[in-house]
Write a protein that binds this ligand. Structure first.
Ligand code: DGY
Length: 332
């Protein structure tokens, strides 16, 4: 029996390709080219499945142009690049890769918050530029993280992992805003984390952590008006997705010291970065590396591969997005 045909849209680990090749006829992308939508459609012709990342957009137009496609598996936890209702309407199973990156991404969020609060990027630039000639009482003085109030927008798995770090490692108080409230036991475990309205979150926190998924509802959830509610000593960290924060408004707020500092791993229109953010000193910038440890990236790719292998072997995949298609999907 011939193997199903799979497109692996970006360069992945050899071990992932090897595992996939046991079950699929694989076309891969060793050059790691980011294909245009038209190129992606062309590569997907005749393919039964696609292994994707955050850089491939799966929408109704692509699905209509690739009628043979039965499954898309992203190695990301965020799947705002996949039109899930369109996939379901086309009978295309979609899977994502949660949990395996939670702790690594929480580490990154915490690091960016600390780096912003303690002005790490500014300090390094200052030192490297040869301007450090003496001790000064307020040289690059920042703001404390320990004992302060951590505000979390979006209290899913990663938000909770950050809250645990804050409460148990740094004696922080946690306030959060989320569509749904955590149960009392989880709030207690997170040091008595308190659900508050978004406005109260912005007004009370010392350090704001943004971990909410991107959607039409969260587009520019933080813009000029929201930044104006924050303390002038506060920091903002975005490890969620570009577009949740209005980057142009953030650049202005940082320049005018409406807030003290920011730590960013994600940007609107990345890999482009708003030029205003590149000009201000009080922001720590990272190129979307929240989950980038080798162990975690291996686990993410492995989970995406496992979803594909399981589904095509007739077993329910471990982390589907539109799992309601199962088991009818099998008989398609
Ligand atoms: C994800 O998985 O959504 C992350 O942004 C990639 O690190």
């Amino acid at each position: 029996m011939s193997k199903p045909k799979l497109l692996v849209a970006r360069r992945v680990f050899d071990e992932t390709l090897l595992a996939l090749r046991e079950h699929f006829e694989v076309e891969d992308n060793p050059a790691d080219t980011v294909w245009t939508p038209a190129e992606l459609v062309q590569r997907l012709q005749g393919k039964d499945a696609a292994f994707i990342t955050g850089s491939e957009r799966i929408d109704a137009a692509l699905l209509a142009a690739c009628p043979q496609l039965r499954m898309v598996a992203t190695m990301f936890v965020g799947y705002n690049n996949i039109d899930v209702p369109a996939c379901s309407a086309a009978g295309v199973l979609a899977s994502y890769s949660p949990e395996v990156l939670t702790e690594t991404t929480a580490d990154m969020g915490f690091m960016l918050m600390m780096a912003a609060a303690r002005r790490l990027s500014e300090s390094e630039h200052f030192l490297r530029s040869g301007r450090w000639d003496r001790w000064t009482i307020d040289l690059l003085a920042g703001f404390d993280v320990h004992g302060s109030t951590l505000g979390i927008l979006g209290m899913g798995r990663i938000g909770q992992a950050i809250a645990r770090r804050g409460v148990h490692g740094f004696g922080m108080k946690v306030v959060y805003h989320n569509r749904s409230r955590l149960d009392a036991a989880t709030e207690a475990e997170l040091g008595g984390a308190r659900w508050v309205e978004k406005e109260a979150l912005l007004r009370t926190c010392d350090h704001l952590m943004i971990v909410v998924p991107y959607s039409a509802q969260t587009h520019h959830a933080i813009g000029a008006a929201e930044l104006a509610l924050m303390k002038p000593t506060a920091t903002l960290t975005n490890i969620a997705r570009g577009g949740v924060v209005d980057d142009a408004a953030l650049a202005v707020a940082l320049k005018n010291r409406v807030i003290a500092a920011a730590g960013l791993d994600v940007y609107e229109g990345e890999p482009q970065v708003h030029p205003g953010l590149l000009e201000v000193p009080n922001v720590v910038l990272a190129p979307h590396i929240g989950s980038a440890t080798l162990a975690t990236r291996r686990a993410m790719a492995g989970l995406a591969a496992a979803n594909l292998v399981e589904a095509f072997a007739g077993r329910k995949p471990p982390t589907p997005i539109n799992g309601e298609l199962w088991p009818q999907w099998l008989s398609r």
